[in-house]
Design a binder for this molecule. Structure first.
Ligand SMILES: NC(=O)c1ccc[n+]([C@@H]2O[C@H](COP(=O)([O-])OP(=O)(O)OC[C@H]3O[C@@H](n4cnc5c(N)ncnc54)[C@H](OP(=O)(O)O)[C@@H]3O)[C@@H](O)[C@H]2O)c1
Length: 524
């Protein structure tokens, strides 16, 4: 059902702080233009682009138009978006200049009158995290947040703090200004189509939900593999590392959606209550089990797509002696009734051979009595792969008899791809997320207690590494990470399962789960 057909969002002004920045250009402008083309924006709507440089409205509108074209928005979207572009207004200020805030308030009041937006505001903070608190404080102090009679929402990007203590401090400032219900913390993975689909696949199929527990599932593997290095984000990344940049948010979000119990209904809080229970049930990592549960790696020089690439320590704005991790692998347990004893393996890394994000469920093997030792080949595992990117869909591997053979059993695959040549373009995550903030639906945003438990978990690891001086294990760019990550699974007799793209190749040496390709051996 088209949302636009049933619901017209309330009037508002979207105020984008950091409008000359990368995020606004690559994500926000294209998402807005697509929403405008689909008529999913309010009729009374305007955008105030806040930036530090001198610019005028025409320049900013042209930038937005170009940004949308560069992002490959559909040409029909650009045509439909002209009206929106005319409603983008530039406001120049320095976030740290308190005197600018009353001027911003007057400008917003003028635009309220012009567009009949009734004092409703969305403040999108597309700015470096050190400004989140400053901007929120000033908006509050100058009467632009938490007002009666109209709503004001604030959207913040990751990273939400650097540890639990800094996240708490930031949260106190944001909630003082806006209140928890009006703080929208973005984890853009939650805006991805397949993550929303994950709950449908789990809870709308008799085929899966009864098997979704430790009686039938042997292990769960969650991976976000990147082929890119740190690029121009070396300064930020060297301070953060993969644990804070990926595990604290995206990886733990994938884990909670995979492991959560069915919610009582689909309300934002009902879903988030269940996600929080998962975070609370993760067995705490202790100094005694840390080394056998967590692996940290860093890419050295190597080859990606047949081309040499530098190691992390040679990257721009990175300390040449950096001990920051670009790869993390974790083994964890969820100590609740459903998952008792099932290992969850999480890994994420840069400069790996294949770009993919996926959740792999490996089911327990059937007793081999019928087929083992009687001339039949070995049974392969039943795998269910939730493909999040680059393909979206579901991949199911099961066993069947090789046609024409006497007793050969071969793995066969059913592969559903929802964005392959179906004529359906999945909406970009930011499109969905922006539409939800405008509608006031916070389901796909992280609630404070999720952030808090996630930081508690991550802080234990980061503090241990700091105290123990845990070195990174260097892996050549273009390989599947440090050898320690293989040992992590070998303790339980498990192996990393290749991304589904590799499982689908015709290379027999890549077909068996767990085979470890050398550099670039899974050609895509
Ligand atoms: N880019 C991404 O893909 C991405 C992904 C995930 C999360 N994020 C998060 O999103 C936020 C924005 O990232 P970004 O990559 O867009 O950053 P960016 O390219 O550095 O943009 C920052 C923006 O803030 C403005 N700014 C900085 N200091 C200012 C000041 N004192 N007064 C007024 N304006 C000021 C900059 O203006 P000038 O142009 O004048 O410098 C620019 O418009 C960050 O929190 C980042 O961690 C970004």
């Amino acid at each position: 059902m088209q949302l636009s057909a049933v619901y017209k969002p309330e009037p508002c002004i979207l105020v984008v702080f950091g409008a000359t920045g990368d995020l606004t250009h690559r994500k926000l402008y294209p998402a807005l233009i697509n929403l405008a083309a689909q008529k999913r924006l309010p009729d009374q709507f305007a955008v105030v682009a806040v930036g530090r440089r001198e610019k005028n409205d025409t320049q900013v509108r042209n930038e937005a138009r170009r940004a949308a074209a560069a992002a490959g928005t559909h040409p029909s979207a650009a045509a439909g978006a002209e009206e929106l572009l005319q409603r983008i207004h530039y406001f120049q200020m320095n976030f740290e200049d308190e005197a600018a805030y009353p001027l911003l308030r007057s400008r917003l009041a003028e635009l309220d009158a012009a567009y009949n937006t009734q004092g409703n505001r969305i403040y999108f903070l597309a700015v470096a995290p050190q400004y989140f608190g400053i901007i929120a404080d000033h908006l509050y102090k100058h009467g632009m947040a938490g007002n009666q009679g109209a709503w004001q929402r604030v959207v913040v990007e990751k990273p939400f703090g650097r540890n639990l203590a800094s996240a708490r401090e930031l949260n106190a400032r944001l909630t003082q200004a806006f209140g928890e219900r009006r703080v929208y913390r973005i984890d853009h993975y939650l805006g991805k189509e397949m993550l929303q689909n994950l709950l449908v696949i789990r809870f709308a199929n008799t085929l899966f939900e009864p098997l979704w527990n430790g009686r039938f599932i042997e292990e769960v593997q969650i991976s976000i593999n990147e082929t890119v290095g740190v690029g121009s984000r070396g300064g930020y990344y060297d301070e953060a590392g993969a644990l804070r940049d990926m595990v604290q948010n995206h990886m733990l979000q994938l884990l909670t959606l995979t492991a959560m119990e069915p919610p009582v209904d689909l309300d934002a809080d009902s879903i988030r209550d269940e996600k929080v229970k998962v975070l609370r049930s993760i067995r705490p990592l202790t100094p005694e089990n840390m080394e056998s549960s967590v692996v940290r790696g860093q890419y050295g020089p190597g080859m990606i797509d047949g081309k040499p690439v530098p190691g992390y320590r040679e990257e721009e704005q990175v300390d040449p002696d950096s001990n920051t991790e670009t790869y993390v692998a974790l083994k964890l347990y969820i100590d609740n009734f459903r998952w008792s004893g099932v290992p969850f393996y999480l890994r994420t890394g840069k400069r790996l051979p294949v770009r993919s994000a996926e959740i792999v469920i490996r089911f327990r093997e059937q007793p081999g009595v019928l087929y083992f030792g009687r001339g039949y080949s070995e049974l392969g595992p039943n795998l269910l792969v939730i493909k999040i990117q680059p393909e979206e869909g579901v991949f199911l591997q099961f066993n069947a008899k090789q046609p024409g053979s006497v007793g050969d059993i071969v793995p066969v695959r059913m592969d559903y791809c929802q964005n392959c040549g179906t004529g359906f373009d999945s909406p970009e995550a930011y499109e969905r997320l922006l539409a939800d903030v405008i509608r006031g639906d916070s389901t796909l945003f992280t609630r404070w207690d999720e952030v808090e438990y996630a930081w508690e978990f991550v802080d234990r690891i980061a503090d241990y590494w700091d105290q123990a001086g845990t070195p990174v294990e260097v892996y050549p760019a273009g390989t599947w990470g440090p050898a320690g990550a293989d040992r992590l699974l070998a303790q339980n007799g498990h192996r990393w399962i290749l991304p589904f793209q590799c499982l689908l190749t015709d290379r027999p040496d890549l077909e068996k789960h767990g085979s470890r390709p050398v550099v670039g051996s899974c050609q895509l």
